[in-house]
Ligand binder design. Structure first.
Ligand code: GLA
Length: 340
């Protein structure tokens, strides 16, 4: 109700009955406006500088173009920014959002904040964890088949080691880990498991814990391992994503390990393109390209249909990946709509 009407009512110019009628009429108008106003959907990501998340945003924008909703992108690097971001989305009239949270333990707070604004919510990439340490399975989620993808990395590392004719007793595995995040732990555990199953010696697995899940965090972690193992002549590298492997590869370059003595295999496939484009091969040998289109377009589409048509998304969706190298990445990325 407008301020003018309230003033009139206070001044006694309107009868109770007239006020009631006006109230009904204005509620009707609001409903009509809401029905007509376009759907607005937020897409909140934890590391907006990472090409992976930029790709998700781009694909979500394609869904927005296709269905005619408004996409609001928010980068939120910590809990405070996440909660302020949700309030901001609500203030802009968003009815739902998709989120990759900077900390999965924020799950309960995010759910509560979404509920307070009556917004629908879908998590992507990193699944919320409740106070009991278990996944919050009530929250709809789309993520990767982390262990299987990690195992693909492990098998590919071993295949390349064999191809190069390396003896395992002169090789070390530098596994850059980020174990507080389940999807990250599953990936590196899967890679280590597949390597050991293939015959790689368990005692030549060296884990390097990242403090932050970015290139500098991986660099610092791998640096410790290289200092501890000057005797290792050839390295395999795995990690939770491309940036984790890139950090370790940079350390090895800095210490004079030749590129041909390093086999690094990342995950994402979106954050290693500059690396593949370098004129000479580096130690970053390959990556498992995930499906950012599904993570961006499909989640946005799910949210749209949920809001517009009441179609509830699947509770849990897992996506797969495909191995790419310097030689194969261009046609594969083109096929996936990631390169023109
Ligand atoms: C995590 C990582 C990202 C990307 C996604 C894929 O969020 O931080 O780099 O690998 O998972 O789901």
């Amino acid at each position: 109700m407008t301020r003018a009407f309230r003033r009139m009512a206070r001044a006694g110019w309107l009868t109770v009955a007239a006020l009631g009628a006006l109230g009904l009429a204005s509620a009707g108008c609001e409903r009509k406006a809401a029905e007509q106003s376009p759907i607005k959907i937020g897409f909140v990501v934890k590391q907006p500088e990472e090409p992976w998340f930029q790709s998700e945003w781009e694909f979500a924008a394609q869904a927005a173009d296709k269905y005619g909703f408004k996409l609001i992108r928010i980068g939120a690097v910590d809990g405070e920014k996440v909660l302020a971001g949700i309030d901001n989305l609500a203030a802009q009239g968003a009815q739902g959002f998709i989120i990759c949270t900077p900390d999965v333990r924020l799950g309960p707070a995010i759910v509560a904040r979404a509920q307070s604004h009556q917004m629908k919510l879908l998590s992507v990439d990193d699944q919320f964890v409740g106070p009991d340490g278990q996944f919050m399975t009530a929250v709809h989620h789309l993520g990767i088949s982390a262990r299987a993808i990690g195992q693909d990395v492990g098998r590919a590392l071993y295949a390349e080691l064999r191809k190069r004719g390396w003896k395992t007793d002169e090789v070390g595995l530098c596994a850059v880990t980020f174990e507080e995040l389940d999807t990250a732990k599953e990936r590196t555990d899967g890679a280590i498991e597949a390597l050991i199953d293939a015959g790689f010696p368990r005692d030549r697995v060296y884990k390097a814990a990242q403090k932050t899940s970015d290139v500098p965090g991986a660099f610092d972690a791998a640096d410790v391992i290289l200092t501890q193992h000057p005797e290792v002549q050839r390295w395999l590298v795995c990690g939770m994503n491309d940036n984790a492997v890139l950090g370790a590869v940079r350390v090895m370059e800095g210490r004079g390990v030749p590129a041909e003595a390093v086999i690094g295999i990342g995950i994402n496939g979106t954050d290693c393109l500059n690396e593949f484009r370098k004129p000479a091969p580096t130690g970053f040998f390959a990556s498992v390209l995930l499906t950012p289109r599904r993570h961006g377009f499909e989640t946005a589409e799910m949210m749209y249909k949920w809001l517009k048509e009441g179609v509830e998304p699947a509770k849990l969706t897992f996506t797969t990946g495909i191995l790419i190298t310097r030689e194969t990445y261009e046609p594969v990325l083109k096929e996936q709509g990631l390169l023109k």
